[in-house]
Structures are given as C-alpha cells and as structure tokens.
Design a protein around this ligand. Structure first.
Ligand SMILES: [Zn+2]
Length: 518
C-alpha cells in the first residue's frame, strides 16, 4: 500500500517546494438506471454470537465445490511460529446492488487439513466488521464428513467456527456463509482505512471485504491478528478463488484473475492472496502487452490521458520486475482508478486513487510526481506481498521496504535523469540508519510508521545493494522470490536466503543498524 501522503514526507530541505495538493473532483452524478435492489439477507448484528444448533446430518454439501483443489502443500516440519501453508478454495457468488452501494454474497470455503493435527475449529478474519454495521452475516453452515453445524461466534473482525467433529489431517471441511456488505463512502481525498472497501458516485471497490481464513502458525494455531487503522492489517495464504459477480448491465466489473463473461455475469478465477474487484458505470479502458502478460488500465473519462499513461508505465514496470525478480504469476495485471488517495495492491490488481490522477492532470510534470512513484511501487507489490507474502501486521517492512526501493529500479531504467531526485525525495541522502522492524500496532499515526518502515526500510535495502553489489543483490532477490513463492515469508526467511548470497560479516552490521531483533 502507499498513499499520496507518504510521498509528501519531505525530510530533505532541498526539496521543500514539493507539495501535493489533493484535488477534490467535482464529478457529475450519473443517473443509475439499474434494476431494483436485490433482497439482502436478514442481518444479524455483527458482534452478536449466534448459538443456533441444528446438528442435522446432511449427505451432501448444498454447494458442491467447482474449482480444482490445489495440491496440498508439502507437509514438512515447520519451526514454531512460522506459517504453515494451508489449502483452501473459495467460491464467491456475489450480487452487486450498484445503485444502493451494497453487495450480497454467498461464500463457500472448502478447507483441507494439511496440518499434522486434527482441528477443532476454523477461524476467519472478517475485516469489514471492524466497523460495526458494514457486514451482516445471516447464515453459516460448517460441514465435516456429512455432519453439519450452524454454530459460530462473530466478535468484531474475528469469526470462530467450532466443528461438530474435529477435522482429521487430510480431511475436508466445507463452510458456507450468506452475508451482505455495505461499504463506507469514499472520496478522492480519502485514505483507505478499510483496505480498499468503499463506494463513491463513480465506482464501488471491494477489497478485503469477505470472511477469509486466517493463516496457521506452527505450534500456535490460527493467527489471531487484529484490524488496525495504520498499515495493511491483512495476512492471507494463497488460495484458489472462483468469484461470480452479477452486476447491472451498464456496470463494468474489474476483478483479479482470469475472466469469463456472459452478459452482466462476470466470473474471475485466481490463485492468490485475496479476491478484489472494482465496479463502475463510468469506466473506459485499454490494454497493453507486458512481456508474457498484459496490463489493463481502467479510468474515469475525465482522466483518460492519465489512464493511458498508467497503462504504458505499469506495463514497463511489470516487464522490468519480471526480468529482475522472475515471472509474474498471472496473465493480466489490472489497474483500476477508484475514488481515494493512494494505491492499494492485491494479487493481480491495483486500485489507484482518482486524487492522484486529478493531481497529475493539473500538474503533469512527468516522473517527478506522485503518480510516477506509485506505479512502480504498487506494481512491485505483485512480487513483494502477492508472490512472496509476509505478516503485514508484525513485519510490514518485508514488503513495504522492498516496494519502496523498487521505485529506484524503475527510475534507473526508464528515467535515469530523475533517479537521484527520487532517492533524495525519499530523504535517503540525508536519512541515517534506524530500526525498521516495527509492527503496525506500534503506531497510531501514518507518518512515523511510513518514515521507519517504508523510507528507512528503503535505505536498508539500498545499503544491502551497496554491500553486495548488483550481481549478488539481484541473485538474492530472485532467490527470495522463488523460495517464498505462494508462502508467507518471515524476517528469518529473508535473512536465511540472504545468507546464501552474503557473508555474516557483511550482514551483521546491517542487521545491527536497522533491526531491533538482530
Ligand atoms: Zn506499498
């Protein structure tokens, strides 16, 4: 994630003239001629604990899974606290009530126990429910070996589903839910506090919007992290997704993964960290090749020139990073303009804020703009976050320091005359080493968080590159990307891979300078 404010941080006096103005768009409301609102499930208060028990055996799940189950991860002993990959697939059946800014969804999660012990409960993270009234869960059924239960407890963002019988290793549990989501109002000046969930007169964006299985930690169980207003409080395993969205005829749905469309029914299939989509009755779009993949850019009509710039520059960034780090794992990377200020990454899709488009249109100063920093930053998250996951709550430096530094690769390759400016703009000509391994919970304000994790984090990556030299540095990044593919890497994993490319006397001084735990 990044937002425009990140780049307004101006620790270097020599660039004090750089300022960002958030331009509020005065956009005309278009009349929505959509069908009437879809009936939504009756709400259960989001913090209510349901205690309805109906242990009626059922011979078959009511929603047989359709996607192919991913091969179970190799069951190797994992150190305590490390993340053990899980195998889950999600079927999301979504009705988009665009006129009323609401979603109604049925979600089926098929979970196979790839762990070495039986599981007595499944535990989900429900990010929209950190704000009461955003998500209404109306029904839940969990089935193990034909035994069904409707018992669950939903307390704020934590959903616990005790199983009627413990789930043995190798066996499968199916959880079916029905719920409705009422996203919060977003504006061009808004900074995502909901991880990409919101609506405006121009679009509706759904990121981090549904109950998702928590990751599992060896020796500790389900990872019970909590939502927080700073950073990206999301930690998810790769999973298989099939999401079908029924939208009004005049609405374009931009999701992640491979698309098949039949009229106003849009189906996306993805193996990634989450399913996200943006929808708008105003989108225009274009595509461009980027190596083995394609980039699609979606924009609001008044920002067409910027939308086309986003297309070409994202394609350049995607090709460059595939060359430097290894293949991009999808056929398509979509970038969807939405009403907020900043950028938000998901597997295979980036939400890019309309405030940034408007700002560029007003002052189109090429590479020395927020727009040009956000494009490579967010695109690099396809590797650092998407491909190689991390605990974004407790170790956010792992993706954000890398993403911040990746902007430099983009500038060096395509805008070398501006590379020194960008480094200085980040403050890294005057910045001194400092600790970067803080959690999002250590902060209650955005600026000190980004100063440490993003900007001082980028300085750490820069110092690492200087220490190793480019040949070993890029060999390390490729190795880290390959080793962490589809997993949740930790700081220990980062340094374990680094240890294959550097001597201890090269790494130790950097660890002492930049890490509390060294
Ligand atoms: Zn970021």
């Amino acid at each position: 994630m990044s937002n425009g404010m990140t780049n307004t941080i101006n620790p270097c006096p020599s660039v004090s003239s750089v300022s960002i103005r958030i331009v509020l768009l005065a956009l005309a409301l278009s009349a929505c001629t959509t069908p009437g609102p879809t009936p939504l499930p009756s709400p259960i208060l989001p913090t209510q604990t349901a205690t309805i028990v109906t242990p009626t055996p059922s011979p078959t799940p009511t929603h047989p899974p359709t996607p192919t189950l991913p091969p179970p991860p190799t069951s190797t002993p994992a150190p305590p606290g490390s993340f053990v990959p899980t195998a889950a697939r999600y079927v999301l059946d979504i009705t988009l009530d665009y006129a009323q800014h609401r979603l109604a969804a049925r979600e089926t999660v098929v979970f196979t126990n790839t762990l070495n012990a039986p599981l007595s409960e499944l535990r989900f993270y429900v990010p929209p429910n950190h704000a009461p009234g955003t998500l209404f869960l109306s029904a839940l059924t969990a089935t193990v070996a034909s035994r069904m239960t409707h018992v669950y407890s939903l307390n704020a963002d934590d959903l616990r589903v005790p199983l009627e019988t413990p789930l043995p290793p190798g066996q499968t549990a199916t959880v079916e839910m029905a719920f409705a989501v009422t996203p919060p109002r977003m504006r061009a000046s808004s900074i995502f506090g909901g991880g990409g969930l919101g609506w405006s007169e121009n679009a509706l964006n759904a990121g981090n919007w549904y109950p998702v299985l928590r990751p599992y930690q060896a020796g500790q169980g389900w990872y019970a992290f909590k939502w927080h207003s700073i950073g990206d409080p999301y930690v998810t395993d790769w999973a298989d997704y099939q999401a079908t969205i029924t939208a009004p005829e005049n609405v374009t749905v931009v999701g992640n993964g491979d698309l098949t469309r039949e009229g106003n029914v849009w189906t996306y299939r993805l193996r990634g960290r989450s399913f996200a989509f943006a929808a708008s009755h105003r989108y225009q779009w274009a595509s461009a090749p980027a190596g083995d993949a394609a980039v699609e850019s979606y924009w609001f009509p008044e920002h067409e020139s910027v939308g086309r710039l986003v297309l070409t520059e994202t394609a350049r960034a995607l090709s460059l990073y595939a060359e430097l780090f290894g293949p991009y794992p999808y056929r398509t990377l979509r970038v969807a303009e939405t009403d907020f200020n900043g950028g938000q990454e998901f597997s295979g899709i980036t939400f890019l804020g309309s405030g940034v488009y408007a700002d560029y249109l007003k002052s189109p100063k090429g590479a020395r703009t927020i727009l040009y920093t956000l494009i490579p930053h967010e695109t690099s998250h396809q590797w650092w976050f998407g491909l190689v996951g991390n605990d974004q709550c407790r170790e956010p430096w792992l993706d954000e320091a890398l993403a911040q530094y990746c902007e430099m690769f983009f500038y060096e390759r395509f805008y070398p005359a501006d590379a020194a400016f960008r480094w200085e703009w980040m403050g890294n000509t005057v910045r001194r080493p400092g600790r970067i391994d803080y959690s999002i919970y250590d902060y209650s304000q955005e600026r000190p968080y980004k100063d440490a994790v993003y900007l001082t984090g980028a300085l750490f990556i820069g110092r690492l590159r200087e220490t190793l030299g480019d040949e070993r540095f890029f060999a390390f990044l490729r190795d880290y990307a390959a080793a962490g593919r589809g997993r949740i890497a930790t700081t220990d994993d980062f340094f374990a891979v680094l240890g294959r490319h550097a001597q201890p006397d090269e790494i130790t001084p950097l660890r002492r300078a930049f890490f509390r735990s060294n």
